[in-house]
Ligand binder design. Structure first.
Ligand SMILES: [Zn+2]
Length: 208
């Protein structure tokens, strides 16, 4: 969020995605990368500001969204003013996250960014504001992320050196089979994702 401060110009404030503390007193023209004063982690300023605005627009769009947005027979220019505002706020959030993803985001923030992109891509594609291929890419990315999380979680539990009752249960052949299925699904989906990436031929490929 940009807050005007009469004596010092624009005072930029946002929450550190690593530690949750507020970052302030930054001059946007100083540098691209800054360090959080609380946790010391490096942050790309342009990406953080783009994410901040995108989150704001996404929440705003969700609050305004009406069932009209799901109506495939209605064109955006026939929407009510609320539905139009919601659609354009979704569009701003979408382009904002694309901008934010030009630099590497912290893992949890990146996961959230992908989740939002998959959601908005479905809406924008319904109204021909992005191509079906582009929507497929973000949705596939979201699916890959979900499968990878489940696989890594299972891997971590199975590799614990002091098995608890739960991890002993996980050594049951059923869970070994699940691990194999997840790994195969992940390989398949990642291949499909790479194919979509090639077909889309991004100028500014997302940093994922
Ligand atoms: Zn921090």
């Amino acid at each position: 969020m940009l807050e005007k401060n009469s004596s010092e110009g624009a005072d930029i404030r946002f929450e550190c995605p690593h530690c949750g503390r507020e970052i302030h007193g930054i001059d946007a023209h100083d540098t691209d990368w800054i360090s959080c004063r609380s946790c010391g982690k490096a942050l790309n300023l342009a990406s953080q500001l783009a994410m901040e605005r995108a989150n704001y627009n996404y929440t705003f769009a969700q609050e305004l969204a009406t069932p009209e947005l799901s109506d495939l027979h209605r064109r955006p220019n026939e929407f009510s003013p609320e539905a139009k505002d919601a659609l354009y706020a979704y569009q701003r959030a979408y382009t904002g996250i694309q901008l934010a993803l030009r630099a590497e985001l912290p893992a949890a923030q990146q996961a959230r960014a992908i989740e939002i992109m998959a959601d908005i891509a479905g809406i924008l594609q319904r109204h021909q504001m992005i191509s079906g291929l582009e929507a497929k890419y973000w949705i596939q990315l979201m699916v890959c992320q979900t499968v990878r999380e489940e696989y890594e979680d299972l891997e971590a539990r199975l590799s614990k050196s002091h098995p608890t009752l739960l991890t002993r249960i996980l050594h049951h052949p059923r869970w070994q089979l699940r691990r194999l299925q997840l790994r195969q699904a992940l390989t398949r989906r990642e291949e499909r994702l790479k194919m979509l990436e090639r077909e889309l031929a991004f100028i500014d490929a997302p940093h994922i």
